[in-house]
Design a protein. Structure first.
Length: 81
């Protein structure tokens, strides 16, 4: 601590260091980013499929409405030409 009675002391701030971009914290950050992106894409696909089911043929709507969110995209892929 600097005291006014004595000669002034100088406070030297440490040099700022850039993050190295490797290591376990960086790996966890990248993993979380990829996972969050995949979850968002999955949610968008499910919502889009549900929106299409609203205007779909009643027979198709009945067939797909009994499936859960996990199975619905796989079965819907069978309808592509």
């Amino acid at each position: 601590m600097c005291r006014p009675q004595r000669e002034p002391c100088s406070v030297v701030a440490p040099e700022p260091q850039a993050k190295s971009g490797d290591g376990p914290v960086h790996s966890a950050r990248i993993y979380k980013l990829a996972k969050d992106s995949a979850v968002k894409a999955r949610t968008q696909a499910i919502n889009q499929l549900k929106a299409v089911l609203v205007i779909a043929d009643p027979a198709l709507r009945e067939r797909l409405s009994t499936l859960g969110n996990v199975n619905r995209p796989g079965v819907s892929g069978d309808f592509t030409s």
